[in-house]
Ligand binder design. Structure first.
Ligand code: DGL
Length: 278
């Protein structure tokens, strides 16, 4: 079917999922929105993140005719996945269930960890998703405020982030986890720093590949895969922030598919509409 898959994140993080999806389904058209004008989501109230997620998902459906939505942001999925599944007329795929499945499949000792934004960790979404797998593991979760901001600035290595990582990862290290899930789609860009802080015995798991597999399976089941490739796939990348920066850093992080970026504007809502006096 010649309609694009729609994806969104607060910024550059969802590009880790876009990379996996493009590699797995190279014939699929894609529209990706990075809400860089309003990132980070992780420190915002859940209700606000839910509203942002609804705006982005509905825009992908209404303005871009998306045939499915991939919520490529843990914080948004934790806040809004159930509502989006209920209200959207297309399949919706999140990152949390696929990540939890990959985590419990990878552990050898049953002591596992997840790191994410404050919003994701506080929501308890991973506790529920891991429990839902039915695999008996002990899960330790730690919030890593600040990590997303480093990635959005294009800073993925150096002393500053290494010191922050040592401090923030202390609880999962102390818990003796053998497997750590990167429960924020920005974190794979920090895998080297996180891996160094955790040590070589700890396996890092990212939800990107597992989410791409889940999206592929759901599209196939719904008969929505693009079967004929009479033309190359079109990948569009939009941002609510600085488009030049989105294209430059995005290309560095995702690869050459991000040739240029376009602009996405959030709808003007009743609360932020300018007051016009007559
Ligand atoms: N990539 C988003 C996530 O997976 C980051 C959220 C943020 O902007 O703080 O949670």
């Amino acid at each position: 079917m010649d309609r694009p898959i729609g994806m969104f994140d607060s910024g550059f993080g969802g590009l880790t999922v876009a990379r996996a999806l493009i590699d797995l389904l190279p014939d699929e058209d894609l529209v990706y929105i990075g809400d860089t004008g309003r990132y980070p989501y992780g420190s915002r109230p859940q209700a606000e993140v839910r509203e942002f997620a609804r705006q982005l998902a509905w825009s992908l459906v209404n303005d871009h005719d998306a045939k499915a939505i991939v919520v490529a942001c843990n914080t948004a999925a934790a806040a809004a996945l159930d509502e989006l599944v209920d209200e959207l007329p297309v399949p919706v795929i999140g990152v949390i269930e696929p990540g939890a499945r990959a985590l419990v499949a990878a552990t050898r000792t049953g002591r596992v960890g997840v790191i994410g934004t404050v919003g994701t960790v506080m929501s308890g979404a991973y506790d529920r998703a891991v429990a839902h797998t039915g695999v008996a593991v002990v899960l330790t979760a730690a919030a890593c405020p600040g990590f997303v901001e480093f990635v959005e600035r294009g800073q993925t290595s150096g002393d500053e982030i290494a010191i922050l990582a040592d401090r923030l990862l202390a609880p999962v290290k102390a818990a003796g986890v053998d497997t750590l899930l990167l429960g924020c789609t920005h974190y794979p860009y920090l895998a080297r720093v996180i891996g160094q802080a955790m040590g070589p015995a700890v396996t890092l798991v990212s939800s990107a590949d597992e989410t791409a597999f889940a999206a592929s399976a759901q599209l196939r089941e719904a008969g929505l895969l693009r079967l004929s490739s009479t033309r190359p796939a079109v990948h569009r990348f939009l941002s609510s922030g600085d488009i030049g920066w989105f294209a430059d850093l995005g290309r560095r992080l995702l690869g050459p598919e991000l040739a240029h970026a376009g602009s996405w504007e959030p709808p003007v809502t009743a609360t932020d509409a300018p007051i016009v006096s007559h």
